[in-house]
Design a protein around this ligand. Sequence first.
Ligand code: HEM
Length: 221
Amino acid sequence: MHTLLPGKWLTGKWTKAVLFLLCLGPLASIIWPFVRGYTIPNPLEFIQHGTGDWTLRFLVLTLAITPLRQLFHLPELIRFRRMLGLFAFFYACLHFTTYLLFDKVFDLHEIWKDVYKRPFITVGFLAFTLLIPLAITSTAGWIRRLGGRRWRILHRAIYISAICGVIHYYWQVKSAVIRPLFYAALVGVLLAWRVGDWLLRRRRTALANAAPQRTPVKAVQ
Ligand code: HEM
């Protein structure tokens, strides 16, 4: 069977640690210009855009794991899904904290007004809120407690979060719609893949159920 990456590499002891460090790269790239004292025309916008972009990218990467596993016959990729999802949440927390601390300076009344009155903030808030229960229940203990089926149903909220994330992005750009549309296409393909996969499995089950049952042939004495 052809695979692009050797399974042995994917199951290696250090792979998760390397991926973890790579996932911290975007944070370093946001902090670095401040550490170096570079001139940043609009620091708040710089942080808000950096953290927002990476939240969306990590959501897309998390959603891409299942299609990539199936397409390239790499079941080992599942090891990284939880980490990628938690990094999406981590960058979303940074993104929201930037808004809370530097944009609104903890003015809860202003924040509520924003959530209520500005549709792009409303959907962003929804996208973020949906990720909270997913992050909390991402542990093996919670999978056991909820049961696999209920856990999977709950974690489908990531699809809605990603869709809201894209709408949030699209609504806040004025004219440069190319990038949000690109993310919309990516999320669309990843969700369409799941619908296709579900339809295929349903058809297979229906065909298997419709197939004539074989009755065991009695041995002729
Ligand atoms: C999963 C949740 C979220 C995702 C995926 C997300 C994603 C993004 C993206 C991609 C951008 C644009 C970055 C760019 O232009 O390069 C952005 C900007 C922004 N987001 Fe979010 N966001 C989320 C949640 C939130 C929340 C909860 C808030 C606040 C309540 C928020 C407030 C903002 C603000 C104020 C901007 C900047 C708008 C501007 O510069 O005009 N976002 N977000």
